[in-house]
Design a protein around this ligand. Structure first.
Ligand SMILES: C[S@@+](CC[C@H](N)C(=O)[O-])C[C@H]1O[C@@H](n2cnc3c(N)ncnc32)[C@H](O)[C@@H]1O
Length: 208
């Protein structure tokens, strides 16, 4: 995502171009923090916010979750739908194009709301993350995983700094939840020079 984009259409065009530049942008594997946090949950209804090509949604569907994936990019949504059909999960995993900062998801509707590396421009931050928190059903989990801003100092390719959050700001989106932890979790990465580096993810895990 380029920082220069200022509205939904520009952002969608940027993401469509990024997806359109290759046959597949992401690995298709579940993001490790979602895997770790959701593995012990009983399946229910899940929202995969900024679902991309649907790797996380399809992992959840395989475990019996009913998943709705939303993404700004029509190209990504088409790929996620095609993969769900190919794997026989179209009944459990559905995908729609949506700018979640403009059209928030239904309130109190999901047992799990997951947003993995969903970095947005500052004007979208408040409506988008608030909307995701509001979409969690009482007793459900909000799981937001973001790149940590300090990764930029290590020369690790990351979204623009203005799309990054500090821990306290992230935690504030779970105000009113019964449990809300924000922590930095390390993981192996590669810097711009191709050298091994330790990146950090900023993780909000909260129960409503
Ligand atoms: C870094 S990708 C992560 C994709 C997926 N979660 C994954 O981990 O493979 C961020 C995704 O968020 C989507 N996105 C960005 N802004 C969005 C918005 N306002 N509403 C919905 N999706 C958005 C992008 O199109 C992109 O697919």
């Amino acid at each position: 995502m380029k920082a220069a984009a200022e509205n939904s259409d520009e952002l969608a065009a940027i993401w469509d171009a990024r997806y359109g530049a290759s046959e597949r942008l992401w690995s298709g594997r579940v993001n490790p923090i979602l895997e770790a946090e959701a593995a012990s949950l009983a399946p229910g209804s899940a929202l995969d916010a900024g679902c991309g090509e649907g790797g996380d949604s399809l992992w959840l569907a395989r475990r019996g979750w009913r998943v709705t994936g939303y993404d700004l990019s029509a190209v990504a949504v088409e790929r996620a739908r095609a993969e769900a059909a190919r794997l026989g999960f179209s009944d459990l995993a559905s995908f729609d194009r949506s700018d979640l900062a403009v059209d928030p998801p239904p309130e109190s509707a999901f047992d799990l709301v997951s947003g993995q590396y969903l970095h947005v421009i500052p004007s979208q931050r408040e409506p988008l993350y608030r909307g995701l928190a509001a979409a969690v059903r009482p007793g459900g989990m909000l799981l937001l995983v973001l790149h940590d801003i300090r990764d930029l100092d290590l020369g690790i390719p990351r979204p623009p700094a203005e799309t990054m959050l500090e821990a306290e700001e992230l935690r504030a989106y779970a105000d009113g939840f019964s449990a809300a932890d924000v922590e930095l979790r390390p993981r192996a990465a590669v810097d711009r020079a191709g050298q091994p580096a330790t990146a950090h993810d900023l993780v909000l895990r909260a129960i409503r």
